[in-house]
Structures are given as C-alpha cells and as structure tokens.
Design a protein around this ligand. Sequence first.
Ligand code: MN3
Length: 222
Amino acid sequence: MKNYFLTLSFLLSMSFTMAQFTQEPLPYAFNALEPYIDTETMQIHYSKHHAGYVAKLNQEMKALGIENQRDLQAIIQNISQYNTTLRNNAGGHFNHQLFWQLLTPKKNTAPSQTLLKAIEKEFKNMETFKTAFINEGTAHFGSGWVWLIVDADKKLRIVSTPNQENPLMDDSPAKGFPILVLDVWEHAYYLKYQNKRSEYLNAIWKVINWEEVSKRYLQAIQ
Ligand code: MN3
C-alpha cells in the first residue's frame, strides 16, 4: 500500500514537472528549401539552435517555479517581468517557431491583394519593399531578426531587433504585430553564404510563404 502511494505521488509529480514547451515539427523536410537554404543548415538550425532555446526555456521556467505557464505569447508580451535568461530563450523559441511557418518550398506564393495594396501604399512597390527589407537585415549590426510589422496605427513598418528580442515584447522599442520575420543570426546562413548576409537574404526571399504572411496581415488589421 505504501509503495502504491509512493508510485502515485511520483507519477503525479512527473506530470507536473514535464517539459511544457516543445518544438512544433518543421512543416517541410530539412532539404525542402534547397538550393536557397541548404539541408545541413536547416538540420543544425532546427535540431540544435532552436531545440537548445526550448530546452533552456523549460529549464529556466522550472528554476523559477513557473513551469505550469503554457502561453508563450503571454510571457513574451510581459517579458519585462522576467530575467534575461527567460527573455533570451522565450524569444528564441517564439521567433524560430514563427520563422519556420513563414517559409515554404511551394513555388510562387504571392501576397494577397489586400497585403499588396498596403505594401504599395507604404513602400511604393514589391521591388522597393524587398530592397528596403533586405537592406534593413543586411545593415542590422550583429545577431538578430528583421521584421515586417503592423504598428499601432495599422501601418506596415520594417524593423530589426537584436538577439532574440521581438516586436511583441512589452518593452520593445519597435512595437507591433509581426507578419514576416527573417533570421539574420550567422547560424542561419554561415555554412552556405559565409559573411554574405545580403546574398542569403536575397535567396531566402524566394521561399517566403506569402500566403501565411497575408493571413497574418488580416489578423493584424482586424
Ligand atoms: Mn536562428
């Protein structure tokens, strides 16, 4: 009987300490974005870098005794209440999860008419928008991310953020709802493109999932 209760309490404690955040499966194969993003980069990026953020996020949440919190976006939106370890790893998980969803091996996805009109209003045309976006990512100093966000006035803006910061964070200087993001950390491109970040950005541009970006734009302007 005593053993039964010991086992029961052990199982209960297991269920309360189980890692709460997990990586969603990559929505395509590691080699699906070739030749623009090489297989080895995808493997290391997803299975080592992104997985590392998830493991450290879970570890830090447990250390802080908040492992029962399951809403990652809510944590991000209140990030100023947490420490740097939690900020870096919550951001790392959130940003990568979004980044994978916004890429696709599908050919010729295009922005919806609604999004295209908004892009033309803010940046003249698709080509000048692309140049501005890639320039922002190329000029960003050090590690970080380049974003297309919808700001509080429902206007499109191109911004970049350092490290694992993002525009949903309550203390972000570049606040807004992200509809597109590209990773400009060296680990995202170094194996194939070495120091040529703009070459990488021009290549990854070809595998952006514009259907997904368009959906997020609709969500943002509602
Ligand atoms: Mn990365």
